[in-house]
Ligand binder design. Structure first.
Ligand SMILES: Cc1ncc(C[n+]2csc(CCOP(=O)(O)OP(=O)(O)O)c2C)c(N)n1
Ligand SMILES: [Mg+2]
Length: 278
């Protein structure tokens, strides 16, 4: 990647963070921590890796995203709005009555959402179904699956992982957001999934751990041609990454703060944006 390409993706990730905070600010509360931790991965996926057409969101041979940790909807919506799937202003309808942007992803409501998610674990199986369907139809496309580290406490995740490797679904790329926290505490204290990379290797994957906030490393991992085994990328991330007040809050899964606090978070992000554009 050139320095310019790296910078473009870093700028896009920052725009995603700003749009995510604006989206959640409009409702006054929402899943901020796990939306911000995947902003860089979303930037690389939608900014450069995925073969998509926002004007034709249902195109059969498109690459697909399943955000199995469906509560990160605001982060995905921010990305989709910035890519032009729907107007930016729509972000301000998050989780309101009658909205197209419910708190968790819903493929029947939001253009660009490829799979309904929210019940943790289930998105892993539906992603397997999408990838298997594409393979059987001979479509040249990939599905990218984002799974939470706390979500890995769900047994269903491991059944889907086993299936992915056993059936050689190399068109399905697993991304595990290893942000070390889940709903109300640290994953290791609630139910430790142990070494995720080793675990995916043992399940038959070509697994790698990358800095989930380094767009260049993410790009490398996401564009690696799979061999015989499917790829699992463990994203070493910080829950709430990019906004100091969120990063420093231990319980930052879903935050309910005043508009002035949201404004201070936005100010921090806008200052970073101005510095980046200098
Ligand atoms: C089957 C199921 N059980 C419980 C929940 C409630 N829940 C929502 S998010 C969450 C924690 C998820 O943690 P993690 O996967 O680490 O997400 P992240 O840190 O990326 O936000 C829980 C327990 C749920 N949505 N689905
Ligand atoms: Mg987590």
């Amino acid at each position: 990647m050139t320095k310019e390409q790296i910078k473009e993706l870093e700028k896009f990730a920052l725009e995603i963070r700003i749009a995510t905070v604006e989206c959640i600010k409009s409702r006054g509360f929402g899943h901020i921590g796990g939306s911000l931790s995947v902003a860089d991965a979303l930037a690389v996926l939608y900014g450069s890796v995925m073969n998509i057409d926002p004007s034709d969101p249902k195109k059969a041979d498109r690459d697909k995203l399943v955000c199995s940790k469906g509560h990160a909807g605001p982060g995905v919506y921010a990305t989709l709005a910035l890519k032009g799937y729907f107007p930016y202003e729509k972000l301000k309808t998050l989780n309101q009555p009658g909205t197209d942007l419910p708190s968790h992803c819903d493929r029947k409501k939001t253009p660009g959402i490829d799979m309904t998610t929210g019940s943790l674990g289930q998105g892993t199986s539906t992603a397997v179904g999408l990838a298997l369907g594409d393979k059987l139809q001979g479509r040249d496309c990939r599905t990218f699956l984002i799974v939470g580290d706390g979500e890995c406490d769900e047994g269903q995740v491991w059944e889907a992982a086993m299936f992915t490797a056993a059936k050689k679904l190399t068109n399905l790329v697993w991304l595990i957001d290893w942000n070390k926290k889940q709903l109300d505490g640290y994953v290791k204290d609630i139910l430790d999934p142990f070494d995720l990379q080793k675990k995916f290797e043992a399940f038959g994957f070509d697994a790698v751990t990358v800095d989930g906030h380094n767009v260049e490393k993410l790009y490398e991992a996401l564009t690696k041609k799979p061999g015989d085994k499917p790829i699992a990328i463990i994203l070493d991330t910080i829950k709430g990454k990019g906004v100091t007040g969120v990063e420093e809050t231990v319980k930052n899964h879903s935050m309910n703060v005043g508009q002035d606090v949201f404004d201070s978070w936005l100010q921090e992000l806008h200052e970073k944006q101005a510095a980046m554009n200098e």
